[in-house]
Structure formats: structure tokens, C-alpha cells
Design a binder for this molecule. Sequence first.
Ligand code: FAD
Length: 457
Amino acid sequence: MASNKTYTEKERTIDVIADVDVLVVGGGPAGIGAAVGAAKTGASVMIVENMGSFGGMWTNGMVITLGGFNCWLKPYRRCVAGVMGEWIAMAAKRGGAEDNRSWVLSSDPEIMKLTADEILTKYGVKCLLHTWVADAIVEDNAVRGVIVENVDGRSAIMAKNVVDCTGNGDVMARAGAEFNIAEELQPMTLPFFFAEVEPQGKIPMEDELIIPKGPEPGYLGDVGLSYSSRRRDVGVDVNDPALAEAYREGKLPFFGGPWFGGLRRNFPWVNTTRVYGSAINARELTDCEIEARRDAHAIADHYRANCKGFERSWIMNTAPTMGVRETRRLVGEYTMTRADLVENTTKADSIAMGVWPIDIHPPKGQNGAHDMYVPVPYQISYKALVPVKIDNLLVAGRCASTDREAMGSMRLGATCGAMGQAAGVAAALGAQTGCTPRNLDYKTIQSELLHQGAIIE
Ligand SMILES: Cc1cc2nc3c(=O)[nH]c(=O)nc-3n(C[C@H](O)[C@H](O)[C@H](O)COP(=O)(O)OP(=O)(O)OC[C@H]3O[C@@H](n4cnc5c(N)ncnc54)[C@H](O)[C@@H]3O)c2cc1C
């Protein structure tokens, strides 16, 4: 994209449109956790989101199989509650989400959007949609606010503490915090909904809500659960060997899974397109989005022509934005690693629990399902949310401080939301006491999280 030309912007004075205790950037699961967590702690909170609705990947990325709530291993139990638990309960009450002990909870993205609005407004969070955070305001090594762009033009929002929940770590990068990025990133996926599919499965949807088989408690082997746990309870029959054959013969574009899900019987959702590039490079992201949309239609055409039950099907909608699995990872006061998950190290400053397998989608050339490593539920350190260098900034969600393997598990939505809640609580406590998040006593954060119903051990 770059030409050799440059242009120097003129200096200008802009309006400060808000001055709050806690500013949350990004309205995905982490951002919702952070904003509500901070508001419940008593802070004045604003949340800024680039899209026209909240929910991040869970809504606008159309990732509808909400994961990270429940343990994969017996006893199947809830490991993320708090704000995420309240949100899912609100959605379930409207018939828009499962709320049980399954390894994923299928949801309706429209109800998740609606209930995201409801939970944010219920706790008095000031919401700003359609607003892009373009820069961080940094003075004396501390973030003081951000520069935003929206239909009103360019303005500033000031805050005592800022929580970066952008997934990509846009605020931390612009603030000059250290971060890592892998040379080879996980593929991106544009999920889509089919309409008018005739289910072929004999299993009623309710019967498979609990993972049908899995290792016993404490199991830490290398077995890939991804095949046995394939979510085919929506009754679709796409004939996996035939798909693999069609791909080999060049009749199908590259694909992952396919993983199906959804709450509506004739309208299954599928996570299957698989494209490679960097989501923090606008040119590559554009190319990937175009490629994935083309692939989605090619895959749907193939199913319609070859798979029983799909004869009358069509694509009802692709996700409003590309599903991104991996970009920047903070260098934090602590980095969560594969060893933390595999060895299940105890964390005195635990602020959330992770449960999902180490789920790293494979590099180019490998389609279909992939093996995953299933850890027992593990604790997440508060310090993984605290940048080593920059003050008044916390980083939660997909861009928290992890190695690639730990991120492969911690990137799941509910885990991101739980990290977000902790970051919001810490940001609020910091604003109230004047203590920088780095120096907060983790016990006060834990005590407030427990008070808010979060699970930390
Ligand atoms: C295809 C795919 C399948 C997945 N499968 C599952 C699954 O089955 N279950 C599950 O739970 N998780 C799954 N995940 C992972 C999970 O959805 C995400 O990792 C999780 O949503 C991350 O949460 P987050 O809040 O950190 O970031 P996000 O959900 O990405 O939210 C970040 C938000 O910040 C906004 N934003 C970004 N930059 C800016 C900016 N500069 N200014 C303003 N706003 C900004 C974005 O618009 C977005 O709303 C999947 C992910 C993908 C891509």
C-alpha cells in the first residue's frame, strides 16, 4: 500500500468529548467485561467501539459457539461467570443463547448484540459506537486518553485509566507498549449462516449439548479431541471424506473444519473458510476478506450440489467483519505460557480461569480439523494484563500477554471477557485510589472480582 510520498498533517486543536475514570476501547467480550466490571466497581466508564454494535467477534465476527465458559473435562463445570455469566443469562432468557455445561454455547448474534446493549446501559456505561480509536495520548510514559475519529470528525477522550480490548492491541501499539507478533499467524475465517438446510441427523439438538466423550479429570495427553467433539448436532451431513477429495481435486477452495453450530434448525452456521494474512495490515485484510467471501460462496455452491439436505440452501449472511484469531500480543509484567497451562501452575494473583484447549489453527496447506491439547482449568495472572513499560493502561482479551500456545487457549471469548472484567475492576480501583494499575494490591482486585461473582480458582 505504501508509496514513497509523505504528507505532514497540520497541528490542530480538537474537542475533548469526555473525561472519565475508565475508558474501554473495543466492545468485544473483553471490552464488555471491562466496562461493566469497572462500572460495578463504581467508576465512570465509557466504551468506544468501531462497529455499529457491541460483541466483537461473538457478534460482528459471527462466532456463535461461545466458548471458554465450561470445562472440557469431567466434572463439566462453569469456570467463567461474573459479567459474562450475566450477559449469557440475559441472552438465554430471550432464547438467544444456551446456558448449560456444554463445551460451547450456541447463540444468536442478534440477541447477543441486543443484550450487550442492555447490560452496558443497565450499569450506566457511556457507549460510543461507530468510533475508531486512531491514537493514544501519552505523557510521561502514561496513557492519558485517546484520539478518536467518527462522523463528528476528530476528537479526544481523556481518562484516568484506559483498557485496551481491541483484540489487535491498537491502543498499546500506538502508546508505545512492547508487543510480540508471530511470523506465521493463524488463519482468518469468515463464518456464515446457511438458510433452508434440511437436517439429516437423527440426533435431536438437545441430546448432544454435553460433550459426548472426553478424557477423565486430570488428563493431559496429546489426543486431539477435535474430531470426536465436532459439533454436528445441528444434523447436517457434509460427508467429510468427499469434501477432502473435492479439495484434492481442486473443486473446493481451502477450508477448515467444517464446524457447524446454531440455534435454528434449518439455518446452520458454519465456520470453515480459511484465509491467510495479517489483520493489522489493511491491504492484506482487504484481500483476505474478499477471498474469504468468494470461498464462502464456492463452498456453499459445492454443498448445494453435492450434500444431502443442502439442495435448497443459500447463504443467508456472511459475518459483518472478518474473524481474526491472532495478531499482537502484549509484553506484560507476566507472560502466560504453554507451561502455565500444561503444568497448571498456581497463580497467587489469579484473576480468571482458562479452560479451552490449546487451539492453534494450522498453517497454510492443512485443511480440515486439527488436534488440540486439552488442559485442566488453569489460573490467569493479573500481571498478564499489565504492560511492562506504559502506565495507566491495561490490556485484556486476545491481545493480553501470552506466548502463542497460551493465546491459542486464552483467546476464547468467555476467557477474554473474564480477563476484561478483571482489567475493568483494576482500572476502576486505580482511578479511585490514584494508584497506577501496576502497583495495585492484587488482593483488592480479587476481592472485588469475587464480590462481582467472578471465578478465579
Ligand atoms: C473464526 C473464529 C472462530 C472462533 N471460534 C470461537 C468459538 O467457537 N468460541 C469462542 O468463544 N471464541 C472463538 N473464537 C475466538 C473469540 O471469538 C475471540 O478471540 C474473542 O472474541 C476475542 O475477544 P476480544 O474482546 O479480545 O476481541 P474482539 O472480540 O475481537 O473484540 C474487539 C473489538 O474491538 C473493536 N476495535 C478494534 N480496534 C478498534 C479501534 N482501533 N477502535 C475502536 N474499536 C476497535 C472491534 O471492532 C471489536 O468489536 C473464534 C475466533 C475466530 C476468528
